[in-house]
Design a protein around this ligand. Structure first.
Ligand SMILES: *[C@@H]1O[C@H](CO)[C@@H](O)[C@H](O)[C@H]1NC(C)=O
Ligand SMILES: *[C@@H]1O[C@H](CO)[C@@H](O)[C@H](O)[C@H]1NC(C)=O
Length: 376
């Protein structure tokens, strides 16, 4: 059973659980009752991934200058480093194997202030668990913690934990998946990238830079409309996590921030028709944003001219960050941003805010993604 948000382990204040082992070759399956009831078998893996610095020059806080901003805006990485990337790999149990789905794996990338628990919230899993739903439909899932979230490494929160680093890490993850080194026990021929919020922006940037990495894109809770992003982001009143809760997060490095109260979380992620219990579970499990992510994410909202696979776009009609009060044409810009995609399937969910999965419409959204995947 997983504990509600034990972020301490992410930066070494308590030991990694014994079920988490280093590198895919020594991955140990988890077999607890929760897992069995989900019709799935899950393994947690800690995979070291090396990212190379792409920007010329040296970057540090001691010699801080505007070239930091300019290099970040150019979607460069500012440091070379190796990061531990934590993943939860779940495969359908034998009675949930579906012909035609068994060769597909979904790679799940969370939003900022979330971690991989968002795909399997410990609250009414029959309604909110993406992995349960997808595993029972015969799809394998790999839920990833981005750098600076969950049980992955927590490097410098401005120079390293930023969007270009996420893109390079996900590129390496996909290469290792294709090469069979990430999870030698299983190989999949089709990779679906599912990204929520900054995870969807990572998908967009990856599709531009490495258009042949993945086969299918599922973008959730993004658009290319910039007017509301910074006001909405600021309205979440994020503050340094170590100030918000020194007992819990006092050892976190600087530049790691989060929502201070339930109300600020609600403003940032919820609207309209949802269960307050889902909001409370989400708030209890919230993770961190970084200054680096906040500075960079809009620069990764790009046109991906070459990506030729199918693209699904799902967004809450009242996503205050990516549409404002109510979506108009914003989501349909996916036609211009993915001009070579084989299919564009766009779904806008009424009475739904940014974190669409945790609204009542989340179940419809998952059904729509399943219908989309079956058709491509
Ligand atoms: C990765 O995790 C292992 C095992 O917990 C640890 O020994 C190592 O120092 C970590 N590496 C990084 C870069 O955090
Ligand atoms: C991190 O690991 C701890 C200990 O195994 C676990 O309780 C927690 O749920 C994990 N967090 C994430 C985001 O996977």
């Amino acid at each position: 059973m997983r504990a509600i948000s034990n972020s301490f382990s992410a930066f070494g204040l308590c030991a990694f659980s014994l079920i988490v082992t280093v590198a895919s070759v020594s991955a140990v399956p988890i077999s607890d009752a929760t897992t069995a009831s989900l019709g799935q078998s899950c393994t947690e893996v800690l995979l070291p991934i090396t990212v190379e610095q792409s920007a010329a020059g040296e970057f540090s806080l001691e010699s801080y200058d505007v070239n930091v901003l300019f290099a970040l805006a150019e979607r460069q990485t500012l440091a070379s480093n190796t990061y531990n990337i934590s993943m939860r790999i779940c495969t359908p149990s034998a009675n949930h194997v579906v012909p035609g789905h068994a060769d597909t794996v979904q790679v799940l990338v969370h939003g900022a202030t979330f971690n991989k628990i968002m795909w399997d919230l410990p609250y009414q899993p029959e309604r909110y668990s993406w992995t349960k739903k997808m595993n029972e439909a015969g799809y394998a899932t790999i839920a990833v913690d981005l750098v600076g979230a969950g049980n992955s490494s927590f490097p410098n929160g401005l120079l390293e934990a930023q969007t270009a680093t996420y893109v390079e890490v996900m590129h390496q993850v996909v290469l290792q998946l294709r090469a069979g080194t990430l999870y030698p026990e299983r190989q999949w021929s089709k990779i679906v990238f599912v990204g929520f919020s900054i995870g969807g922006i990572v998908a967009n940037s990856l599709a531009e830079r490495y258009p042949s990495d993945v086969d299918v894109m599922v973008l959730l809770g993004i658009s290319w409309e910039l007017h509301w992003i910074y006001p909405a982001f600021m309205a979440g009143l994020q503050d340094a996590a170590r100030n918000i809760d020194p007992a819990r997060w006092g050892a976190l490095p600087g530049f790691y921030q989060t929502h201070p109260t339930l109300a600020t979380r609600e403003v940032a992620c919820f609207y309209g028709a949802y269960d307050h219990g889902a909001l409370e579970a989400d708030f209890a499990n919230r993770d961190f944003d970084t200054l680096g992510a906040a500075v960079t994410f809009t620069f990764h909202l790009v046109t991906a001219p070459v990506f030729s696979g199918p693209v699904f776009m799902g967004i809450g009609e009242n996503d205050g960050t990516f549409c404002g009060v109510k979506c108009g044409s914003e989501p349909y810009e996916v036609y211009d941003k993915f001009p070579a995609a084989s299919t564009h399937d766009i779904r806008v969910y009424p009475d739904t805010g940014h974190m669409l999965l945790f609204h009542y419409s989340g179940m419809q959204m998952m059904d729509d993604v399943l219908t989309f995947l079956a058709s491509v």
